[in-house]
Ligand binder design. Structure first.
Ligand SMILES: *[C@@H]1O[C@H](CO)[C@@H](O)[C@H](O)[C@H]1NC(C)=O
Ligand SMILES: *[C@@H]1O[C@H](CO)[C@@H](O)[C@H](O)[C@H]1NC(C)=O
Length: 341
């Protein structure tokens, strides 16, 4: 069954060449089939949620999901890196997520909760009930809009389609069973349960883990160069294994993202704020000064900044709380270029 998924993916490809895997939200609106105009606003919202989650997940990484990563058409930024794989997965998942939620909320006339199993026994002491999120519908709309951006028949397009799908599978995989108790005075002798989408943050965490262990597919380098997107001319040495359908895949190694290179759309880490590592404070981005500055040959600059917060709060009978404003000094850290001696 090796290579099976690649073949299956080619089926959904459209025509022409991959002019640019354009990732601006507007493209969803322009390429969506006309009959589906009803969904365009929600599709755009979903894609936007995906991008925002990307920014959150990568806030303290060298590549921090910059805006320009999404507007590729101007530059020929057709990268096929691990980062590209995440962008595709999270956008596709975001669209599916939003549309699915819309269905459960009754926002669209032609979809609602998934009630296919309603009333059936699910397991010991519980039956299906409530409103299970209708992932099939969201999946279909996401596939229709997001996958239609891939016009090419080259390795890059296949990679994008694979990762779009992996994103949608992640929406399914992170669903949770939620239950409600019934029975005499809430004795919980019987429960009704439904499948509900996880928080979008959880989905972001899940895909970030997939990103960390994304698989590199070895292909002949020449098929990645511009102008070599002719169909049927690429030959993967390692097929997308069916067992890897839920994994993120990429074709090219990432640059180190340290140094600014505007022709590649890389911003570099100069000027970025970072968080010093400390054993006592566990916070997101901890230790990022090493990753963003030192390891990129930059220095860490510490600056003092004044912060104001509420303090010495007193409770006054009844019922107000009065606080003073306290000023204190906080340290900020940024990456700076070393001064020449
Ligand atoms: C879909 O849901 C989003 C919030 O998740 C909401 O802003 C949007 O208006 C909804 N779409 C429709 C068509 O109601
Ligand atoms: C930017 O990247 C291109 C392609 O790798 C390279 O040829 C060029 O020298 C780089 N420019 C800078 C300023 O590093």
């Amino acid at each position: 069954m090796g290579g099976l998924n690649l073949l299956r993916l080619t089926v959904v490809l459209c025509s022409v060449t991959l002019s640019a895997s354009a990732w601006s939200v507007n493209n969803f609106l322009l390429t969506g089939p006309k009959a589906y105009l009803t969904y365009t606003t929600s599709v755009a919202l979903g894609a936007q949620n995906g991008i925002e989650e990307c920014k959150f997940q990568f806030a303290w990484e060298r590549w921090n999901c910059p805006e320009n990563a999404l507007q590729l058409s101007a530059h020929r930024l057709r990268s096929a890196t691990r980062e590209t794989s995440f962008l595709h997965a999270i956008s596709s998942a975001g669209v599916m997520y939003t549309i699915t939620k819309n269905c459960s909320m009754g926002d669209f006339e032609n979809c609602g909760c998934d009630e296919s199993k309603k009333g059936k026994t699910g397991g010991h002491g519980w039956i299906w009930g409530g409103c299970s999120d209708n992932v099939e519908f969201g999946e279909r709309i996401s596939k229709l809009f997001v996958d239609s951006l891939e016009k090419g028949r080259d390795a890059r397009a296949l990679m994008n389609l694979h990762n779009n799908r992996a994103g949608r599978l992640a929406v399914r995989a992170t669903r949770q069973r939620t239950c409600k108790c019934h029975g005499i005075s809430g004795s919980c002798s019987i429960q009704t349960c439904w499948l509900q989408l996880a928080d979008f943050r959880e989905l972001g965490d899940y895909l970030k883990t997939k990103y960390d262990r994304a698989l590199k597919i070895e292909i002949d380098k020449q098929w990645l160069k511009a102008g070599n997107s002719a169909e049927g001319h690429w030959a993967p040495t390692k097929a997308f294994l069916p067992s890897a359908e839920a994994e993120l895949v990429f074709l090219e190694d990432s640059p180190d993202y340290c140094t600014r290179n505007s022709s590649l759309g890389i911003l570099g880490t100069g000027g970025r704020e970072c968080v010093q590592g400390s054993r006592h404070t566990l916070q997101r981005g901890q230790g990022s000064c090493g990753r963003l500055c030192t390891e990129c040959g930059l220095q860490v600059e510490e600056t003092m900044a004044e912060a104001v917060s509420s303090c010495n709060c007193k409770f006054h009978w009844c019922c107000t709380v009065k606080c003073e404003k306290c000023r204190h000094v906080v340290n900020r850290y940024n990456c700076v270029h070393p001064r020449r001696a």
